[in-house]
Design a protein around this ligand. Sequence first.
Ligand SMILES: [Zn+2]
Length: 459
Amino acid sequence: MRATILIGLLAGAAAMVPALAGAVTTPGDIQPDPAHLKADIAALVRFGTRSSLSDATSRTQGIGAARAWARAQFEADSAACNGCLTLMTPQVVTTGKRIPSPTVFQDVLAIQKGDTDPDRVVIISGHIDSRVSHILDATSPAPGADDDGSGVAAVLESARLLSRHRFHATIIYAVLSGEEQGLIGGGVLADVAKAMGWRVEAVLNNDIVGNTHGLDGRVVDDQVRVFSEGVRADETAAMAAERRRSGTENDAPSRELSRYMAGVAAADMPGFAVRQIFRADRFGRGGDQSPMQAAGFPAVRVTEADENYTRQHQDLRTENGVAYGDVLSGVDFAYLARVTRLDALTLAALADAPPPPAEVRIAGAVTADTTLSWTAAPGASGYRVWWRETTAPAWTQSRDAGDAYKLTLTGINIDDYVFGVAAVGEGGLSSPVEVSGSVGAFFPPPRNGADGGIPQRSN
Ligand SMILES: [Zn+2]
């Protein structure tokens, strides 16, 4: 049962923020430090266990001390940027199948307000809680170095790096609680986002992002998996009908976000690639991106290329010569720095670029041509229409529309391709691509029964 979310505002001095950098951040500015990442995870491991059911009052051990430490990291970052981060600690007190008695679950959020489009929000998240073999074990050592110390370290290092710059949109660095107890902190974040009216463009949920040694002995340090949903979790019956008519089952905003991250890696990270996985999470599983998707927000899960299950959710022990446990030595910090760089570059690009255009429409059935139209994206200097084969994973062809709100692709048949449009801003930075109608909308209009997509045809 969920109690009322308490939203705590801890600090904030946005009016004092000086201009620290140009509006468009260059990729070379963003270089995560493996030593920072290692120090952060080592600090998290020193709390003994970060089980959500552990001691929340000690200053040195348990989940409460860990959360206070995360808060202190953000406070230090904020002090270094003249108060550019506002801290928020929303919490819920709840019980459940994996929560035998009422327990406080508190997220620690640092908010870096955008300068021209502050209501638009991009989020990076990781979960601070850890676990061992038994989910109710609140006292055994649970280092959680990779799951999810690695994700929290990626969040903290992103905050450290990006808080030195200013962006058009707001960036939120989210240290979540209670993932292992049932995605509690992701639910708190979704509730806060709705209550605050944030226009969430992206959630990059980093969970298990630091190990390179797979169970099969392989070492994979040149790619990271990004999981996305092709059909939005908040789909209504009307949206499902529209999706079937338009054939856009591979084009939820979450999937476009995955394609965008793959593009960032391809453009700015030679030797490192996104392996896009076209499902919402690992098979049959979920993460803190799930409650965000359920709330209608575009969200992906970022996870290392080859997981090692002897290092996750395990009591520390050696059995038949195999060492079990999620310990610091199982994290490859150079690899984690690459994943963090991908996260930070993606956040910076999204926050510097305009949002995707709104109200994307498509027409052209039973004609030789295809026409896309849209409404203005704030801050956009132009628009680019994209299309691809229906079987292609990535956008392959594009045409510049200038600053028009409409483009006709002569002789390109609407039946044979998927189409979308992106907004382009200063420095050529692009938004993600958005396909037509409510199926593809990054920022869906309030639900009042209106169907913004293609008209149904009887022929
Ligand atoms: Zn996890």
